[in-house]
Design a protein around this ligand. Structure first.
Ligand code: UD1
Ligand code: CA
Length: 460
């Protein structure tokens, strides 16, 4: 197909009124991607850069997608034919134009590929996708002449009772020869129930001009489920999620309850990793092999090595090595880079923190703006005091150091290799290697002072 210039137009200027949203419909997300990105992903089977016809909320669309698309503004929403006309400058000179609706996220790349291939093979002026499901939704009906050739599409709102009985439906995925499409568009008139320029009327124009229109059956009707309401958005989300999960499971990932496992389209997960219910993997996350992700973890734009476990924790733009354990209830904020054989335990928060191999931060600790070496033990309740009220400062801790419980490290400060900080110390000055630091007031004991002062008297 190398020499053929094929354009794809995605119609996305609809108001999406039924979404009841300030956001343009096609910017709503399902399974971690906007609706129109799903369509563009399918269109990638034939083009890198589809033409996006947009209308309301244009700024948000341009800002979000930048040079992902070519853009055509349809300022007034006068119908699907009018939408494609808005893209005329972009498709002029091409051989073929595929037209897709931007609110059908379930369309598969294979389907677009097939539509293109069959249109080329048949050398017809328009190839369209149809379906004949048991239950007929309010779609356009395919009307054929006595010879069985497609002669027009009649919209549900314009159909006679007899036409409404037609089972063959227009899906709204088309592949046109561009010159034929442009000629037909020029002849459209908004003379119908909705006073719109219907793209579907191009079919009759082509037929009347003696041009050939053919169809292929989509097979799986689920692919052409449109999203018009939030109810349908949730249905599309579930279908896309099931698709993602199925692919991962077939590639060797175990899921205890796939219906309750939420994995974005761009996420990678290695073989023999086990995922418990309620896990959310987002963005460009990469999980290695043999990991266990226990219930309720949210992992976004993060990279995890092999054989690591995470339980009920949040990881944002962070990295974990292999054989590391995180959680339950840890919070790894952006810039956390944890090595292998580490432990980040319960109620530990890290941020912009490098933590070397074998280091353990087991409980109730804040590690912010820190560089930690290897095989360090951080006791319970340690605070890296990184903020002096004006700026964030860095703390470094050397290999093999021991930071006792309830230590405050007032940054900027350096604790060298093998140093030992006694529990309860507030460290304000650099600590040399292998030194012991005790920075707390000496214990006072007053014998017998509390006699008779029991505060709680339990009722017998
Ligand atoms: C369309 C088809 C119908 C088909 C159905 C399948 C027409 C006239 N009818 O009907 O035969 O069975 O899809 O779902 O084409 N849009 C614009 N600008 C406009 C109008 C629409 O960009 O001025 C976009 C919408 O954002 C949407 C797509 O075009 O993505 C389809 O428009 P919609 O109004 O939903 O068409 P349907 O009535 O569903
Ligand atoms: Ca529609």
């Amino acid at each position: 197909m190398k020499d053929i210039n094929m354009k794809v137009v995605i119609m996305a200027a609809g108001e999406g009124t039924r979404m009841r949203s300030a956001l343009p419909k096609v910017l709503h997300q399902a399974a971690g991607r906007t609706l129109v990105e799903w369509v563009a992903e399918a269109a990638a089977a034939v083009t890198d850069k589809p033409v996006l016809v947009y209308g309301n909320g244009g700024d948000a669309i341009l800002e979000k997608f930048k040079d992902r698309f070519e853009y055509a503004l349809q300022a007034q929403r006068l119908g699907t034919g009018h939408a494609v006309m808005a893209a005329a400058e972009h498709i002029k000179g091409s051989d073929y134009t595929i037209v897709l609706a931007g609110d059908m996220p379930l369309v598969r790349p294979e389907t677009i590929r097939r539509l293109a291939d069959e249109a080329l093979a048949a050398d017809c002026d328009c190839m369209l996708l149809t379906a004949s499901p048991e239950k007929t939704p309010a779609y356009g009906r395919i009307v054929r002449d006595e010879a069985g050739r497609i002669c027009r599409i009649v919209e549900d709102k314009d159909a006679t009772p007899a036409q409404k009985l037609i089972k063959e439906l227009n899906i709204s995925f088309y592949c046109f020869k561009t010159p034929a499409l442009l000629e037909a568009l020029a002849q459209l008139k908004p003379e119908n129930a909705q006073h719109e320029y219907y793209l579907t009327d191009c079919i009759q124009v082509l037929y009347d001009a003696g041009k050939e229109v053919r169809s292929i059956d989509i097979g799986d009707m689920r692919e052409c489920m449109g999203v018009n309401t939030r109810v349908q958005l949730a249905e599309a989300e579930a279908a896309l999620r099931a698709r993602i999960n199925e692919k991962l499971m077939l590639a060797g990932v175990s899921m205890i309850d796939p219906a309750n496992t939420y994995i974005g389209a761009e996420v990678e997960v290695g073989q023999d990793t086990l995922i418990y219910p309620g896990v959310i993997l987002e963005g460009k996350t990469r999980i290695g092999q043999g990991c266990i992700l226990y219930q309720g973890s949210r992992i976004c734009d993060s990279i995890i090595g092999d054989n690591t476990t995470v339980e009920n924790s949040v990881l944002l733009q962070s990295e974990l090595g292999s054989h590391t354990q995180v959680g339950p209830n840890a919070y790894l904020r952006p810039g956390s880079k944890v090595g292998s054989y580490c432990r980040i335990g319960d109620f530990v928060e890290t941020k912009n923190a490098e933590i070397g191999d074998g280091t353990k931060v087991s409980h109730l600790t804040y590690v912010g703006d820190a560089r930690l070496g290897e095989d360090i033990n951080i006791g319970c309740g340690v605070v890296f005091v990184n903020y002096d009220g004006q700026q964030k400062n860095i703390t470094t801790v050397g290999d093999g150091a021991f930071i006792g419980c309830n230590t405050n490290l007032i940054s900027p400060v350096n604790v060298a290799d093998g140093a030992y900080i006694a529990a309860g110390t507030t460290v304000t000055r650099d600590v040399p290697a292998e030194a012991l630091v005790i920075g707390r007031s000496r214990q006072m004991v007053k014998e017998g002072w509390a006699k008779g002062r029991y505060h709680i008297k339990r009722k017998k």
